[in-house]
Ligand binder design. Sequence first.
Ligand code: EPS
Length: 348
Amino acid sequence: MLRYLTAGESHGKAIIAILEGMPAGLRIDSAKINSELKRRQAGFGRGKRMQIEKDSAQVISGLKNNITLGSPVTLLIQNKDASIEKLHKVLCPRPGHADLAGLLKYGFSDIREVLERASARSTAATVAIGAVCKIFLDGFGINVSSRVLSVGGEIDGQAIKGAIKEAIKNKDTLGGIFEVTAKNVPVGLGSYVQPDRRLDGKLAQGVMSIPGIKAVEVGLGFGYAQRLGSETHDAIYYSKDKWFTRESNNAGGIEGGISNGEDIILRACMKPICTLMQPLDSVNILNKKASKAAVERSDTCVVEAAGVVAEAAVNYCLAEAMLEKFGGDNLEDIKRALLYYKKRIKLS
Ligand code: EPS
């Protein structure tokens, strides 16, 4: 069983993740974790915080001589900006952020108590965990990547850059759509036997829980709504040398909540960042008077970074599904179980 917990405030001492359930015997190269953390910090439209931080993870448990022990792996990313105790109060909730609902829910009188943990800074932990899972999946040839499909309705790279520049100039923000693809995933991950074991449901949960994500679709997704069944389902062929094949992949690699051996493809929509330098109407939470929403240091557009975080979520989800199907406490046991399974399905 694979599970994790993250901790840390945006301007606290550090962001921490504990990942439990990685099998023993996996070599972890911390440079690989750090290169994923660096990718998360990149992209045109990021704010000033990314110039302050140079995220890198210390692995403080679960390894000996860089090899996993099967015990919890703790990852710690120090915050350079650890000014939480000195930061000013925030009194006017930003529409779209967790500010107002979080304040009411926890009974705070300062929105800072909400935003410190609600901040997308926590996605550094998601990426660190995903990077360990990526190293695990690499050993099975499974590869997850992402790409930006559109930002503010623009699809061309230059037009996207132009739209972000315009948004910066206008003190506005932009969202967009990205796609995540997982290649070489074996057939049979996830299951139809219980709702909470469906792979598409798990992937959607992982990606939907990234801050700012408002929609996730698998394969043709919303596109199914305009088409006939005869035009959409991926016909099945068989030949001795090629085994079972498809000529299309509208299902996005998942049928009945199970991976079907085709590429897993999902897309997600990120809303525009909700901290606006030209803020929307809001209300002061102390005197209840109309006011403009708080302005905090923030980004203009993070769709590219969100794609990197989604890769991490998908890596985690696929590692979990691999361990559920071929699970063991030892990496070699898992490799053997997969080999045996592949042999068995080719023979059937
Ligand atoms: C982020 C760190 C944050 C923000 C942003 C993303 O740092 P700071 O608040 O110090 O500028 O740049 O997160 C948000 C503002 C938010 O509301 O989610 C990061 O590390 O990605």
